[in-house]
Write a protein that binds this ligand. Structure first.
Ligand code: BEZ
Length: 197
């Protein structure tokens, strides 16, 4: 599959919807460069974030791709992130921003702040961007020291690859809750990258 996924994502009609939930598990948690109507911490089930996707357009270059997140199917895991209610036109911007191999699809979101709104149901459908192992930019797993060295030394048009990881580390610690049970590998990676600085 070509790594430019804009046309594929825009085949999914959303215009009949007034608002759509978008689930962010990576840079969408801390780099919010789009308008939104509402924001809530949430988690999805059966997925784990991993630095297994190559980035030649944001945190690396075509000759030296950086490493960014995608979601990997992991039975029993949960992935905590931030959900945003947006109008459908926002996806035009996001499809360009996340064009490097990411396809979006609907998945159930579970609210983390439900005690505040306990009279409502605990789930909603939301869109999530995932770069699957079939996309050309997928790099796959590597031992932690190799991942850390790669991230510590990569840079791209959006800045240092290490900044992507360290801002994520900070954002996940802020959200807290069950994130900490399933993101130990992210926190260990952030520690290893800090050791290079
Ligand atoms: C996210 O933060 O949800 C996200 C990360 C990488 C690509 C697309 C989306």
């Amino acid at each position: 599959m070509s790594h430019n996924t804009i046309a594929l994502n825009q085949q999914q009609a959303l215009d009949h919807l007034e608002r759509v939930w978008l689930f962010g598990y990576g840079s969408l948690i801390y780099k919010v460069d789009f308008p939104y109507l509402e924001k809530r911490p949430a988690y999805i089930e059966g997925w784990q974030r991993q630095f297994w996707q190559g980035s030649h357009d944001h945190r690396g270059t075509p000759d030296a791709p950086g490493r960014v997140l995608t979601l990997i199917k992991t039975p029993g895991a949960i992935c905590v992130g931030m959900a945003y209610a947006v109008t459908p036109d926002v996806f035009e911007h996001l499809d360009h921003r996340e064009k490097n191999g990411y396809l979006r699809f609907f998945t159930p979101l579970h609210w983390l702040d439900n005690e505040i709104n306990s009279d409502e149901t605990n789930t909603a459908e939301g869109l999530v961007y995932v770069a699957s192992p079939e996309n050309e930019a997928f790099l796959g797993p590597a031992p932690l020291p190799d991942l850390a060295r790669h991230i510590a030394h990569s840079h791209g048009p959006s800045g240092a690859n290490s900044e992507y990881l360290l801002r994520l580390d900070e954002a996940l610690r802020e959200i807290g809750g069950p994130a900490h049970d399933y993101d130990q590998h992210i926190f260990a990676l952030a520690d290893a990258v800090r050791a290079f600085e």
